[in-house]
Design a protein around this ligand. Structure first.
Ligand code: BTN
Length: 246
């Protein structure tokens, strides 16, 4: 499948691997192409934020896939399988790794990785997507105002080889991608829900400045977070509509 004839473009420095990957899609590169950078001048995070990453310390890459079998409304499954692949890589080295809805990976209460997934839709289905991943590996000090960054080195006390992490991610991603292509959505849902940060118990959330206690009550068809409030009401939240109070 796509990993065998994979192309990898490696840059010492680039604006953003996601930007370059989009250009490659316009040139119709093969599925499984990876753009890897040792440093990004304008690494992009969620909500227009900058993604901080010291040169040559972390894993910064974008994977290109063409999931033309996937209906546009099911695009959150790309986030689910990318999160599960990342979880596999991180949890083989560190305890307490969890997927934080919608696009982060946490270890304990700290963020070790983020994802920026940029699909392009044609008709009813997804035509192509860039799966951009930033995994904090060997950076020890974070300067941005991101609330709770952490790296593998911070947690393990020793450096971790970055190349191995990439190949393990790609292998795991391919496995989950095949499950998705076979439309085995329940298997993906079960694994995702089981590994969610705050997947059990009551926790504090905030919407429009108002804090409330709630517990996880599932993920909706389009990736919405369902939370049950103390009153018993179940509410659904789209991305950015609710904050986790940390
Ligand atoms: C987040 O805000 O949590 C998402 C961060 C995504 C960062 C990665 S680094 C590689 C790829 N290229 C980018 O410009 N962003 C993503």
């Amino acid at each position: 499948m796509f990993l065998t004839d994979r192309n990898i473009f490696v840059f010492d420095e680039i604006d953003s691997t996601n930007n370059y990957a989009k250009q490659l899609i316009a040139d119709k590169v093969v599925e499984g192409t990876v753009v890897l950078a040792h440093y990004q001048q304008t690494g992009r995070g969620q909500q227009g934020n900058f993604w901080e990453s010291e040169a040559k310390k972390n894993l910064l890459f974008s994977l290109i896939v063409y999931p033309r079998f996937l209906e546009a409304g099911k695009q959150f499954y790309l986030s689910k399988i990318a999160s599960l692949a990342l979880l596999k890589v991180v949890s083989s080295r560190l305890k307490d790794a969890r997927i934080k809805w919608p696009n982060d990976l946490y270890v304990g209460e700290k963020k070790i990785a983020g994802m920026l997934i940029e699909p392009a839709i044609k008709g009813a289905c997804i035509d192509s997507t860039v799966i951009g991943i930033g995994l904090n590996v060997n950076q020890e000090v974070f300067l941005s105002d991101a609330p709770n960054p952490v790296s593998m080195k911070n947690l393990k006390g020793e450096s971790v080889e970055r190349e191995m992490l990439l190949s393990e991610f790609l292998e795991a991603f391919q496995q989950y991608y095949e499950v998705l292509a076979k439309n085995h959505l329940q298997a993906i849902d079960d694994l995702y829900n089981k590994n969610l940060y705050r997947g059990a118990g009551w926790h504090l959330y905030r919407k429009d400045g108002i804090e409330f206690q709630a517990k996880f009550a599932g993920i909706g068809e389009f990736g919405q977070l369902r939370l049950e409030k103390k009153s018993g009401d179940i509410q659904e939240f789209m991305f950015k509509e609710v904050e986790f109070v940390l």
